[in-house]
Design a protein around this ligand. Sequence first.
Ligand code: NAP
Length: 312
Amino acid sequence: MSKVYDLIIIGAGPAGLSAGAYAGRARLSTLIIEKAKDGGQIVITDEIENYPGSLEDESGPSLVGRMSEQAARFGAEKVYDTVQDMELDGKVKIIRCAHGDYQSKTVIIAAGAYPTPIGCPGERELTGKGVSYCATCDAAFFEDFEVFVVGGGDSAVEEALYLTKFARQVTIIHRRDELRAAKSIQEKAFANPKMKFMWDSVVKELKGDGLLSSMVVENVKTGEIREITADEEDGTFGVFVFIGFKPMSAVFEGKVAMENGYILTDEDMKCDVPGVFAAGDIRKKSLRQVVTAAADGAIAAVQAGKYLEEME
Ligand code: NAP
């Protein structure tokens, strides 16, 4: 752990990769630490139509691929490791990971957020066996099968529309009788003949012996409980869950100020610890989008550079 980087970026989603590109261009020695796969949530997004300049039919993985290449082109190094602990208070920050420790003068936390589970019995056991949080990853497994989507926000409705390309029928199960999704997305959903809606309903249990075969749903207005079982010929069906996200911030608890698990920053992405910044979905903010994550990353990297200049 001899090298002291100018900047360590935790997370290689749009915020981290944008910070990496900006830091690299500013000639900061930069290390990006990513625990799994570049891209964060963007890699489970089929179509990114609202990132400025994105290509027609731009997929999350294709956009993130270009972001990764760009950060690398500007000299940002990358390591795949899991952050377990850190010392952020000194002039040299230490990031302790599963495979070693890394040091830097500044840190940008861009670890993102993860999908919220329903939290009902059977969900964990049947994840990957009928229950999914990623339409892009798993839609093809449900070609001509019946599929249910839980949630009523932009993600749920957009992903449900994507699933209609594969499944024979897609039913949105929403806990209210009105969708939260943007009206333009709703219009597409209501016009799609493959889409159905189960209003005022919540999933109480997911059942199956190694493969999802039935689901208990409650109508929250009437209290009626229904068990939906797989078509005999199919033997299974799909349940895709899109009910929001949780910040990946447990490891940062007690290290930087947070509210409900989201890291607090000022408009320059500064945390309450000097030399530490946060960017993207992990911070408290009003709009979590690729474009805002990328903007956060750029601001954080420029501010990290300014902090380093002032340190000298
Ligand atoms: P979201 O907007 O927070 O919507 C979550 C949905 O899940 C809501 O309909 C909510 O119901 C429902 N829900 C929450 N907890 C639940 C529970 N325990 N059981 C059942 N249902 C539950 O989340 P999102 O759709 O993932 O979107 C997150 C952010 O990303 C939003 O700002 C969204 O606009 C943005 N986004 C944008 C795009 C785009 O612009 N193309 C695409 C995807 C996401 P209620 O409505 O009753 O609260």
